[in-house]
Write a protein that binds this ligand. Structure first.
Ligand SMILES: [Zn+2]
Length: 97
């Protein structure tokens, strides 16, 4: 751990709610309702609990437990690239009415 980069990373951290609008635009529903499981440490929680970094060339969501990359979204002039390889699984529970 480098104290200087740790301080910078801490200043850039947001929670998953910060990217809810962008993810809803992509997926078509409120992803904060999703349960996501980290593929690195198997931690499971709601999307909103992921750590978001949005000041780079895209959106990065990291696990709050191990800081492993869970989801990455990069917009290019012609496409949107979604990298889900850090997610073990994602499940959405919708109440039946
Ligand atoms: Zn993890």
């Amino acid at each position: 751990m480098n104290p200087e980069t740790d301080t910078i990373n801490e200043a850039l951290r947001l929670d998953g709610n910060a990217v809810a609008g962008d993810l809803q635009m992509l997926m078509g529903f409120d992803v904060t309702l999703l349960q996501a499981q980290c593929g690195h440490c198997q931690n499971e929680g709601v999307f909103a609990s992921l750590v978001a970094y949005v000041r780079g060339p895209g959106i990065v969501l990291r696990c709050p437990t191990c800081e492993g990359l869970v989801l990455q979204i990069v917009k290019t002039p012609t496409s949107i690239i979604v990298n889900l390889e850090g997610m073990a699984r994602s499940v959405m529970y919708l109440p039946m009415s």
